[in-house]
Ligand binder design. Structure first.
Ligand code: TYC
Length: 152
């Protein structure tokens, strides 16, 4: 691993991270403004910044498909919702493994907020509504909101 492979990222370019297949854990790291390691398989340079002589036809072509604007479904910490219930929600609504759910819950618990998943707007809205509804039914104050990723 060389210096060239290490890039600092911030929450503001989260859309760029997601577009390049970056994981939820990396988004959560970026959300708390921590440096992360990017995937060294990916180019370190945007096509638009590359030397024009080196650009390929593929890099210059218009993308044939458009990606929808993406939204993070964000959980907020509170002092009353049980940890086990948050882990249950992350497994049931976002299909996380027990370990991933535990890690996301602890991120929220320790840092105040954390992303449960990343989806197009309507799916993100529906997941947040279901999580809030289920929490209210159980009598817990858990708050779940959606946040546009950078570039929306
Ligand atoms: N802080 C809560 C507790 O200590 C746990 C918790 C985690 C609550 C995540 C909400 O979104 C949340 N029981």
């Amino acid at each position: 691993m060389t210096d060239k492979n290490i890039r600092l990222t911030s929450y503001n370019n989260a859309d760029n991270l997601i577009a390049h297949g970056t994981s939820l854990q990396q988004l959560n790291n970026a959300m708390s403004s921590q440096p992360i390691l990017d995937d060294w398989h990916l180019p370190n340079q945007l096509a638009s910044e590359a030397d024009p002589d080196q650009q390929t036809d593929t890099a210059l072509a218009e993308p044939k498909t458009r990606r929808p604007p993406m939204y993070a479904v964000v959980l907020f910490n509170d002092d009353y919702t049980p940890m086990e219930f948050v882990i249950y929600l992350l497994k049931a609504h976002f299909k996380h493994s027990h370990e991933a759910a535990y890690n996301i819950m602890m991120t929220v618990h320790l840092k105040g907020k954390g992303a449960a998943g990343i989806f197009p707007r309507e799916i993100a809205e529906s997941k947040a509504a279901m999580v809030n509804h289920e929490a209210r039914i159980e009598g817990y104050p858990l708050l779940c909101q959606i946040e546009p990723l950078g570039g929306n």
